[in-house]
Design a protein around this ligand. Sequence first.
Ligand SMILES: Cc1cc2nc3c(=O)[nH]c(=O)nc-3n(C[C@H](O)[C@H](O)[C@H](O)COP(=O)(O)O)c2cc1C
Length: 184
Amino acid sequence: MGKNVLVVSGHPRLDDDSVANKAIVEELAKLDGYTIDRLDALYPGFDFDVEAEQAKLVAADVIVLQYPVFWYAMPALLQKWMEDVFLHGFSHGSKGKALVGKSLVVSMTIGAPEEAYGDGAAVRLEDLLIPAKGACALTGMEFAGFEYTCGVSYASRVDDAARERIAGAGREQAARVARLVDSL
Ligand SMILES: Cc1cc2nc3c(=O)[nH]c(=O)nc-3n(C[C@H](O)[C@H](O)[C@H](O)COP(=O)(O)O)c2cc1C
């Protein structure tokens, strides 16, 4: 049987000013076994249905966190989803075993060029993964890897050709995410 993949989309404005995340989510939505959890559409006021979100996580074999890096972290929407849904007794604690054995994949888009996260930078690319890796350690999920695209800032969207280049990079990232999930 195929894997049940839950893509949790944390971009706060996917229909508004997103190019990269929009392309990634649209591509992943076409794949068998993938469910897209669009937090911006379901919870514009950040008021989560905790039971519904926990049920989606329980049903998933693989959880993909899909988000743009904002201030070297997840957007507040996705961060608050995690704070509200990953509760003691559900995801961690002596009786919180609901996520044990599931795979977690991080799929990020990043405004700055790759050099900005290279040797000598205050923040390295791997540093961006610390919250996800920490969550895996605490919940018993397996950190299964990550995909990313750098250089997709708003400043780089100078014309339609530039936007199409970013959308194309997003589609390529979606294909890499799908290959990573297939390999698990
Ligand atoms: C509030 C905000 C904070 C951001 N912080 C960062 C950052 O810390 N590092 C970075 O490289 N890019 C940063 N960016 C750029 C975003 O990562 C980039 O716009 C996004 O990945 C593009 O995806 P999209 O086309 O789906 O919106 C930030 C953008 C916004 C709006």
